[in-house]
Ligand binder design. Structure first.
Ligand code: PLP
Length: 360
């Protein structure tokens, strides 16, 4: 029932001829574990099936998957448009790639007309996140897919937040799906992993031009841990969904809270999602940096840390970074992000109540 962990860096062959035949199609044969490995491949089959895609490739982190996708598919002279508030390191990669002649534009509003206005003759790809990072605004994915198809653009969506259980981008016509498996897919705060899922031709390019050369492969043991994590994904996500909504609803009626950024509490909730995960944010009415620190530091059940998607609830605020950057990214100064874990929602609400009650 549980797949073996094939802890081997290479695979031996009966003849030199057999080896060279395998090397000619290294994307589907076991030659060297920087290419394919049986345990990693078992995970990839599950991820492709969950996303309704043809082929999946697993990576040693989410950023490895993002990097291999963009580097594997774009050339110097190409232009990429980032739609919505985009994960910070993805934009840092785009900045780096400008040194190699890949241009980019960010359309943080995500509005299809503004995306259309940002397209250039050399635009190759729309990179989407829905909901977006930090403010959790969702995209009109159907209109964006129509726009991309009419202009012959590749579409890629970072689906780490919703997971394939709550959003199936490929069924909506999106070409490629990227994941930080480190979050909900592995789900226990003990693995770094990533994945890309898409059609065979594009995946072969990503394999040979991105994955193999960047070398950010997933270890067989970490692939096995993620396979184990996937077995409880439906139960975990149901709990994250319910707990997240209950905590968000509590915050929405609290006098110290200005606004809650949760897709389920939006004026027009999105229609593409089958559920919501447990990651969202809220803004204090206060703009004072000290108030953000005092609320975050007073929490006991929410541990202070980056990342999200594990069993234990986490709290983070971009206030820990540069205030200039906060403004540049359009984030309110009182913003606090919560990753609601698997604890009982009343105990989390009680904790937030005491932390917010300490504000003077
Ligand atoms: C965390 C994250 C990533 C990167 O994943 P790592 O495993 O940390 O490299 C990419 N996209 C989103 C939306 C993320 O939250």
């Amino acid at each position: 029932m549980s797949p073996p962990i094939v802890q081997s860096s290479l695979f031996a062959f009966p003849t030199l001829q057999a080896l060279s035949e395998a090397q000619a199609e290294e994307h589907r044969r076991f030659v060297y574990s920087r290419g394919q490995n049986p345990t990693v491949e078992a995970l990839e089959r599950q991820l492709a099936a969950l996303e309704r895609g043809s082929v999946a490739k697993a990576f040693g982190s989410g950023m490895a998957a993002v990097s291999a996708t963009i580097i594997g598919l774009l050339e110097g002279g190409d232009h990429i448009v980032f739609v919505n508030q985009t994960y910070g390191p993805t934009l840092q990669l785009a900045e780096l790639l400008s040194r190699f002649g890949v241009e980019h534009t960010v359309v943080a509003s995500g509005v299809p007309d503004e995306v259309a206005a940002a397209l250039r003759p050399n635009t190759r790809m729309l990179w989407m996140e829905s909901p977006g990072t930090m403010l959790f605004g969702t995209l009109d994915l159907r209109s964006l897919v129509d726009l991309a198809q009419s202009r012959d653009l590749l579409t890629c969506l970072d689906n780490s937040w919703a997971t394939p259980l709550f959003l199936k981008p490929i069924e909506l016509g999106i070409d490629l799906v990227v994941h930080a498996g480190s979050k909900y897919l592995a789900g226990h705060s003990d693995v770094l992993s990533g994945a890309v899922i898409g059609p065979e031709g594009l995946m072969e390019q990503i394999f040979y031009r991105g994955y193999m050369l960047l070398g950010a492969s997933l270890s067989p043991f970490d692939a096995w841990l993620q396979i184990r994590g996937l077995r409880t994904l439906p139960l975990r996500l149901q709990q994250h969904h319910e707990g997240g909504l209950r905590v968000a609803e509590f915050l929405a009626q609290h006098p110290a809270v200005e606004r809650v950024y949760h897709p389920g509490l939006a004026a027009i909730p999105p229609t593409e999602f089958r559920g919501y995960s447990g990651l969202f944010s809220f803004a204090l009415g206060s703009n004072r940096r000290e108030d953000v620190h005092s609320v975050v530091d007073a929490l006991r059940r929410f541990r202070i840390g980056v990342s999200w998607g594990g069993p234990e609830s986490l709290v983070y605020s971009p206030q820990s970074g540069d205030p200039e950057e906060l403004r540049a990214r359009g984030l309110p100064p009182g913003l606090i992000r919560l990753s609601v874990g698997l604890e009982s929602p009343p105990s989390l609400i009680e904790d937030l109540e005491q932390a917010l009650g300490g504000l003077r």
